[in-house]
Design a binder for this molecule. Sequence first.
Ligand code: SF4
Length: 351
Amino acid sequence: MTDLYRLLPEEMEQLVIDMGYPRYRADQILLPLYYKFPKNISELKQLPKEMREKLIEAGYTIGSAKEIHRVVSDDGDTTKLLLNLTDETSIETVLIQYPSSKINGHPRSTICVSTQIGCAMKCVFCATGQMGFEKNIKAEEIVAQVIHFADILQQRGEHVTNLVFMGMGEPMANYDEMIRAVRILTHDRGFGIGQRNITISTIGIVSGIDKLAEENLQIGLAISLHAPNNELRKKLVPTAGPNSVEDIIEAGRRYYKKTGRRVTFEYALMAGINDSSEIATELAILLKGNGSHVNLIPINPTAGDFKRPTQDNVNEFEQILSNAGVNCTVRVEKGIEISAACGQLRTDIIG
Ligand code: SF4
């Protein structure tokens, strides 16, 4: 079985040619796939009936993920879907909307996609990390997460404006499927979202960062740093292994040099762990002058025992970085009450 959402437009053309049909038939598949979101091949009405039958006979399908549960935050801005994949495993995907931030008259609508079920990185403060690793998901299953929300938004006259690869899993640990999905989603004959509207977040897999830099894409990169030194970082990210803080910062510099895209360092602030003024100073010294941006994320309630710092502590931490000339913001979290915020995704509990 091959999901048509797995194919790049060039591959779709090759498929129709190999089946003995003219090239334009590929567009008669691609246009509905990315504008009408059909649920099965029978809905591709522009194709001759016999071509639809041949596709089905040859094992092509549409729809590698089915929605089985949906929760919406009290303010209506955050929606979390639980999607069932064809092998009966499930995955979470989140839509975060910012009604006050309009793009061409539409609210900014960001989809946070997952690239793995569970995660092997075991970050101690992350609900996904506590699940352990279950499996890598396929490109079409990543694309399906976006398509599900695109369909929901289209019914409201809205559309997907941004994608962040910040859901369950480490994108660089499923690199080939992740990058195939990115190419489909950004292709002008595919989903067609702008490369600059996508951010890939990594815990700091240096080999993956370097590989991404060579892809000739204008994708944003976010690196989850969480500590300015290796001793503390290893306690928070036990699998940090060969990727030292220094190596990660260097990889960020190389990415910026190669792509011209400013790198964001994500920093989950945990009370009494990594939120002191001394640590803020150490982080400021580390990042000063490298043109990057720091996103401070006061930790969310998760399975772990970590506590959110007080607002005064967050402000002080931010001030120390800003005073040192390090560009810094505090992330406004959404969807905490439905466990849809950063570090809260896992598939055994929803709601
Ligand atoms: S924070 Fe990201 S890399 Fe770490 S365990 Fe969670 S999903 Fe994996």
